[in-house]
Design a protein around this ligand. Structure first.
Ligand SMILES: [Zn+2]
Length: 197
């Protein structure tokens, strides 16, 4: 699948209510938006599509470990690692490496001995806007000597594709969603009530 191909995933996500709206939602950043992507309510069969996309994009590449950005990326890493293992002709199986999120400050940490210096990683998050969590996860891995070969978000919601390119972020789907500062929100201006999320 190229990044310009017609999406097989987004219609499912809309149909199953994973992408909610159009309505008026608050984001964790404090901004407001018309659409919300809640990958925590993903139907299990969506993972079949994710497997197929992972095979098309990464099968046979030199990837040793798949790391999910907690918590949204973890279930995807859990699916993508064994999928890529099936296409590995030499060497060890592709491992799913767990990254822990520290409850105090939200920072990430690796479990002792879970990676080896020089291993090549695919790092995955569910949804990307500014890629902040994804890039912080990559920094933790780089500090442990891991080579981050691929940074992936399943759905890129940043309206500017060039932001993904600039940060070296790849994506399976591009579903641009505009967000507004609360003080300049066109939905607030129209008097549309904010939904609970
Ligand atoms: Zn608003």
């Amino acid at each position: 699948m190229t990044q310009n191909a017609i999406s097989p995933l987004v219609p499912f996500l809309l149909h199953r209510g994973v992408i909610r709206g159009p309505s008026h939602f608050p984001l964790a950043s404090g901004k407001h938006t018309q659409r919300l992507i809640d990958m925590s309510c993903l139907p299990p069969y969506i993972m079949d599509t994710v497997r197929a996309m992972a095979i098309e994009k990464y099968a046979g590449q030199n990837i040793d470990i798949v790391v999910g950005v907690p918590r949204g990326g973890t279930p995807f890493a859990d699916v993508i690692a064994p999928t890529l293992s099936m296409y590995r002709l030499h060497g060890e199986l592709v491992r799913h490496v767990i990254l822990d999120k520290n409850p105090g400050d939200g920072s990430f940490s690796l479990r002792p001995g879970s990676v080896r210096p020089g291993e090549r990683a695919l790092v995955v998050d569910d949804v990307g806007t500014t890629y902040g969590s994804l890039l912080r996860a990559c920094s933790v891995l780089a500090a442990a000597g891991v080579v981050v070969e691929h940074k992936l978000v399943i759905v890129n919601r940043n309206p500017r594709k060039r932001d993904a390119v600039r940060n070296g972020v790849e994506f399976f789907e591009h579903y641009p969603i505009k967000a507004f500062r609360a003080s300049h929100c066109i939905l607030c201006a129209k008097g549309i009530p904010l939904e609970e999320v």
